[in-house]
Each structure stands twice: as structure tokens, then as C-alpha cells.
Design a protein around this ligand. Structure first.
Ligand code: ADP
Ligand code: ADP
Length: 221
């Protein structure tokens, strides 16, 4: 069953003459084994679509549903995992605590949460950073930790919004590899929003946004 589905979804920011239609009458289906590069110019609506699919934002009209996930992911940690472009780690917590926090919020016992966080950090190749504070990390390290945090909560769908936007080439490739490996391991769907063709080329499916519309959905060759 589809992990997520959009039917006639629009999202407008602002009112009246100042209104911006960020996503326009959009239909899409996220299948369980999706490996989608969501591409398109800056301002084309990629980030808005990611937020809608994550349940972090609501459509102005139309419907987003999650038939294969037992309903909206909102308030249910471990269903949809999201990686953003910039720093998303909580500054006062060390890396291990950041990775364990969503599990604790989901009601996992502290000892189990710590164990799962440690395991996720190892799988993401950043176990040595466990005791560091976010401010001590490079951009690439911080993104690997963000992926570890997703791994720890074992979601069925992984969404990433320009996860490599602030990284150099080597770290860019590393983080994309890690996201693809995480999706394989968790048997999760994966959607990466990116305007970087070198990132998009790593994924077999392409959704192209243009001015709020999903212009083209194809299998990359
Ligand atoms: P990107 O192109 O990488 O998505 P943007 O500069 O478009 O980055 O957006 C960065 C952040 O600012 C996003 O959270 C977006 O929702 C918000 N944003 C973008 N445009 C506006 C705007 N006109 N008014 C208020 N917030 C905006
Ligand atoms: P992308 O991720 O492709 O850069 P976005 O979804 O961030 O696109 O933005 C789509 C359009 O919506 C842009 O015109 C942007 O300026 C506008 N927008 C995004 N977020 C906001 C916001 N919070 N308030 C007002 N306008 C916004």
C-alpha cells in the first residue's frame, strides 16, 4: 500500500494579492520502495511538498493521506523520518542524547533508547562523536548524526530536504550514500529534495517540480 498520497493538494502562503501558491493541485503517490529525487528550481515548492508529506504542514485544499502508514505521522515518532538542510540538532544535548531523544519521546525506555542510539551512530559511522556537542561538529558530521537520528527511530518513510545543501562534494556523496543505505536497511521509502543534479543522479526515480506543479514523474535512465 502507498506510504503517502496527495490528491488535489494545494498550499498557499499569505492572503489576497500577497498570496503565493507554493504547491498547486498536486497528485502524487509514494510507494513503499520509492527512491525519488524531488528536483526543480529554488522556489518551485519542493520544501513545501516535503513538509506536507511529513505531516509537518497542512494543505490549503486537497488531501494528504498515509494509507500504508496507518494514518498521519504527526505525533507518532518512528513513522516518517526527516533530514533538513541546516543544523537540526539541539544545542545543549550531546550527539548521543540528540539521537536518543525522539525514542524517549516515543516512550522507549532510557536504556533501550541509549542502546538504539549507539547502534544507529555506529551504523552511520559516527560512533566516535557520541559525546560531542553539536557546535563541535563539522557540517558533514552534523548531517551524518541527523541521519543516525532517523536510523534510530526506524521510520517507514525517509524524507530529506536539501540534506547536502551546505556540504562540500565529498561530504555530499557520503550523506547521500548513507541515506540510501538507511532506506535499504529499513526497507523504507526515500525522497530527497535537491536542486543538485549530482545528488538526483544517485536515485532511480525523478519527480520534477516547476512553479508548484509536479511537472514530470519518471524513471531515470
Ligand atoms: P530553499 O530554496 O532551500 O527551500 P528558501 O530560501 O526557499 O530555501 O526557504 C528557506 C525557508 O524560508 C523555508 O523554511 C521556507 O518555508 C521559508 N520561506 C521561503 N520563502 C519565504 C517567504 N516568502 N516568506 C516567509 N518564509 C519563506
Ligand atoms: P523550494 O523548496 O523548491 O525552494 P519552497 O517550497 O521553499 O520551494 O517555496 C515555494 C514558494 O513558496 C516560494 O515562492 C517561496 O518563496 C514560498 N514560501 C515558502 N515558504 C513560505 C512561507 N513560510 N511564507 C511565505 N512564502 C513561502
Amino acid at each position: 500500500e502507498e506510504l503517502a498520497r496527495c490528491v488535489g493538494v494545494s498550499r498557499t502562503y499569505g492572503q489576497g494579492t500577497a498570496a503565493v501558491v507554493a504547491v498547486h493541485s498536486l497528485d502524487c503517490a509514494v510507494r513503499p520502495a520509492s527512491r525519488v529525487a524531488l528536483t526543480g528550481r529554488s522556489g518551485s515548492g519542493k520544501s513545501t511538498l516535503v513538509h506536507l508529506l511529513a505531516g509537518l504542514d497542512q494543505p490549503t485544499t486537497g488531501e494528504v493521506s498515509w494509507p500504508g502508514l496507518g494514518g498521519a505521522p504527526t505525533g507518532r515518532p518512528g513513522v516518517v523520518g526527516v533530514v533538513f538542510q541546516g543544523p537540526s540538532l539541539l544545542a545543549p544535548l550531546d550527539v548521543a542524547e540528540n539521537v536518543a531523544l525522539p525514542l524517549l519521546l516515543a516512550g522507549v525506555r532510557p536504556a533501550d533508547a541509549d542502546a538504539r542510539a549507539g547502534d544507529a551512530l555506529r551504523r552511520a559511522g559516527v560512533a566516535d562523536l557520541a559525546g560531542k556537542l553539536p557546535e563541535e561538529l563539522s557540517g558533514g558530521q552534523a548531517q551524518r548524526v541527523a541521519v543516525a537520528r532517523v536510523l534510530a527511530s526506524a521510520p517507514r518513510l525517509i524524507l530529506a530536504d536539501e540534506p547536502t545543501g551546505q556540504l562540500d562534494a565529498a561530504h555530499r556523496d557520503e550523506v547521500v550514500t548513507l541515506l540510501i543505505e538507511a532506506a535499504e536497511e529499513l526497507r523504507a521509502g526515500l525522497i530527497i529534495a535537491t536542486h543538485d543534479a549530482r545528488v538526483a543522479d544517485r536515485l532511480p526515480q525523478r519527480w520534477i517540480m516547476d512553479d508548484g506543479r509536479l511537472q514530470e514523474v519518471r524513471q531515470a535512465c
